[in-house]
Design a protein around this ligand. Sequence first.
Ligand SMILES: [Zn+2]
Length: 340
Amino acid sequence: MKNSFEIISEIDLEVAVFNEYKKYSSLGNVRNKESNLFNFEDLSQKGGNSRQAFIRDFSSNENDLVSIAKALNISLDVLYNTMKNNVNLLDSDYKFDKTSVITVHGKDHLNYKTYSISEIPNLYTELAKVEPFNIKSILHFVKRFGLPTGVRDFPQDFNSYDLMMMPIANYFELNHDLILYRDLFHLVQRYIRKDIKEIKQDRMNELNKILNYTELSHTKEFINNEIVRFKKLDEKDTLAYELNEIFSFYNELENQNLFKGFMYEGSNNQFIRKLSPNDLFGVAYIQLYNALINKPELKRCKFCNHYFESSSWKMNFCAPLPFRKRSSCEMAYNNQKYKK
Ligand SMILES: [Zn+2]
């Protein structure tokens, strides 16, 4: 006999990937684009300033802070001095380029293919590989998976709610979301791997950075106490502390409308956990959440050294990308081996 309630958790979504994408620094160029499918002038008006803050500042990945400093054309030291005493980077004198966009290139808006999210359970590890403010790295991802965020739009004669089609994204917003995503990914991956040594080291670095850059005596005192307290935590308490950080992160994402919580719907003796992500970041946040629960084995790829989810069979490389049958990392690794 069937259970009276079943929990179904799935994302039923097709994603459109266009043939070619390009970064445009001026909206003028986009406005002049001719398209039968989209009104690029309308699309380029949307978005651009909807992101409020880089949360987590000092606890962000060091590499990403370097990328932010580079994007602002300042040194890491100046960046830290700006961030001290809880100054929000977006309220500082340093201005990000908020007008650039990434959009479908040339006449290729007529040319796209689609993949199903259900076939790409590894989107969350792939998205974590993308380097913020590195246009080469970003386009590498976008060409394979589509824009991770942006203006969702359909051509008029389309009527499919389950198709995610994003012809244009604001470059700043995309990078902003990427940095946030990589921060949470970093927290979750080391939590899943129970890497206490790495967790402790990262937290100490973070606390010491705040200590070095703050002038407020009560902050200094608080941080010094935190350092003593954190050093003493055993494995169990360290993981509990981390889990708490992860949940606060999800809450913050919900507050900023960057992540929609789960909706539950009961019908036909089935509880359906309905997932309706805004964009690919939303999909990745859900996959990351599932990873937190299922605790898959995360291994470093033998070719690119990034984390990937190693399924039941023995895998040493990242999983195949959309529209591919074999792992690109495995093929690249083998090519390299034979060349030697
Ligand atoms: Zn790889």
